[in-house]
Design a protein around this ligand. Structure first.
Ligand SMILES: [Zn+2]
Length: 222
């Protein structure tokens, strides 16, 4: 089984195959490959590409599964063929055969395999007159982002918000910037616990900065 075609790369096919594919793009392989094939057209390659396109097309029609559609493929084929023709013309006048594998420096000197240039085995992009590149690659299906099964790790509490204890017997809310409960230091633990609990209640019932108050509600305070 050949791998499923998930991106369409014109450079994977001969110019004869691309011309043939362009002509029979909306046909199933069964129909397209019926009869005698032009020379230079490998039926296996055509079957693989057209088979995948018609699968995706069918899924889109019947199940509304999105895919790239035929138009971007046609466009990529047209641009690829045109670019190849231009390259061949250029080669006849002494230009490199595969200009997209080259980069040019500011002086106009050419070198092969620079940053952004195509790898030597494939022509993946066309060079535009202004020197920019435009890819021929057509992603056939949108790559869905994987959802995380167990959720994202939440970093520890980093909020600067807090209920803090002041030695004068008050609990201060840093969000409201004021004392929200107090107790008589002489009355000991019970009074202190009550004041602490009042501070938590302040957070629970806060009318402003709800999220921030809730975040510190259960953080132990002194
Ligand atoms: Zn507060």
């Amino acid at each position: 089984m050949p791998p499923t075609v998930e991106v369409f790369e014109p450079a994977d096919y001969s110019l004869e195959e691309l011309a043939f594919m362009r002509e029979h793009l909306r046909e199933t392989p069964n129909v397209a490959l019926h009869g005698k094939l032009p020379s230079g057209v490998n039926p296996v390659a055509i079957k693989r590409a057209l088979g995948r396109f018609s699968e995706l097309h069918e899924l889109a029609e019947v199940k509304q599964v999105p895919w790239a559609g035929y138009e971007p493929i046609e466009d990529a084929i047209d641009r690829f063929i045109a670019f190849q023709e231009k390259c061949m013309e250029g080669q006849a006048s002494g230009e490199p055969r595969h200009p997209s594998q080259q980069t040019w420096d500011s002086m106009g000197n050419m070198s092969k395999g620079g940053i952004g240039s195509d790898a030597s085995e494939k022509v993946r992009s066309e060079l535009l007159p202004d020197g920019s590149r435009r890819t021929f690659t057509v992603p056939l299906v949108a790559v869905a982002k994987k959802s995380r099964m167990w959720g994202i790790k939440v970093p520890g509490q980093t909020t600067p918000d807090a209920i803090t204890f002041n030695p004068n017997g008050t609990y201060e809310c840093s969000i409201c910037k004021k004392a929200v409960s107090s107790f008589d230091l002489a009355k000991g633990t019970r009074a202190r616990n009550k004041a602490r609990s009042d501070a938590r209640t302040h957070c629970a019932k806060a009318k402003t900065e709800l999220q921030r108050h809730r975040a510190i509600m259960n953080v132990p305070v002194e």
